[in-house]
Write a protein that binds this ligand. Structure first.
Ligand SMILES: Nc1ncnc2c1ncn2[C@@H]1O[C@H](COP(=O)(O)OP(=O)(O)OP(=O)(O)O)[C@@H](O)[C@H]1O
Length: 224
């Protein structure tokens, strides 16, 4: 459904090298790699947000609806949650339904600043759903959440993927445990400039654990 033919991306100095990959419907990819290696840069490129990457490098992007959960919620602070979701394409009722599906039933009239971090992240996830995405991009969705909230959000995302088998996901994480729960495919970005050094389809937990074990033993890898 999407083919990456990225020649590279520099910010003064090279960050990404060549990235070639194909993303299929139903792919649940966890994108792992050392801090600062270029994972967000790659997500931005895939989302089509990085105008320095030619559109021809992300083949199929124009046909896809993409929901992007940024590290910050990026909800418009002067609009209610319902209005934020309507801007993403939902009508009033759909917005309330998406909010309810992430545990925010009855919060449609709240402003983003009235929410806790975990609630704001779930509201931002609801906005992703309002797009009716073919591809969900998640940039460290569990960062800064306490373990209970992180676990709830992980279960929520796994449930969304289970009920939408045609949806693909790419989730940036530093936590191998996230990959064990969410992934059926692992990407490992490393090197200078960074490339996908691993791109493994791991259909079953045993294989994910095996691969993660090898990654944890790799030099310079900060996976927990
Ligand atoms: N807009 C920008 N201008 C200049 N440098 C940038 C910009 N965006 C990213 N970089 C640089 O590119 C490199 C990769 O950044 P990126 O945020 O993609 O890494 P990351 O793997 O997502 O990091 P982390 O795991 O810490 O979130 C970093 O050295 C960063 O400083």
């Amino acid at each position: 459904m999407l083919e990456l033919q990225i020649a590279g991306r520099s910010f003064g100095q090279p960050v990404l090298g060549e990235v070639f990959a194909t993303i299929e419907r139903g792919d649940r990819i966890c994108l792992l790699g050392p801090s600062g290696i270029g994972k967000t840069t790659l997500l931005n490129a895939i989302a089509g947000l990085d105008k320095a990457i030619p559109a021809e490098a992300i083949i199929g992007r124009e046909k896809l609806r993409v929901g992007y959960l940024f590290q910050e919620h990026r909800l418009l602070p002067w609009r209610t949650l319902n209005a934020n979701l309507r801007l993403a394409g939902a009508n009033h009722e759909e917005a309330e339904e998406h909010l309810a599906s992430v545990g925010l039933k009855g919060y449609g009239h709240y402003l983003p600043d009235q929410l806790s971090l975990g609630m704001a992240r779930r509201a931002a996830l609801a906005r992703c759903l309002a797009v009716k995405p073919d591809l969900l991009l998640l940039d460290e969705p569990f960062a800064s959440l306490d373990p209970v909230m992180a676990g709830e959000l992980k279960a929520l995302i796994a449930g969304i993927l289970d009920t939408n088998p045609g949806m693909a996901m790419i989730c940036v994480t530093h936590d191998g445990g996230d990959a064990e729960i969410l992934a059926n495919r692992l990407w490992y970005l490393n090197g200078q400039p960074a490339r996908l050094q691993w791109d493994d389809v791991v259909g079953e937990p045993r294989l994910i654990n095996d691969l993660l074990g090898r990654l944890r033993n790799s030099e310079g890898f900060d996976l927990v």
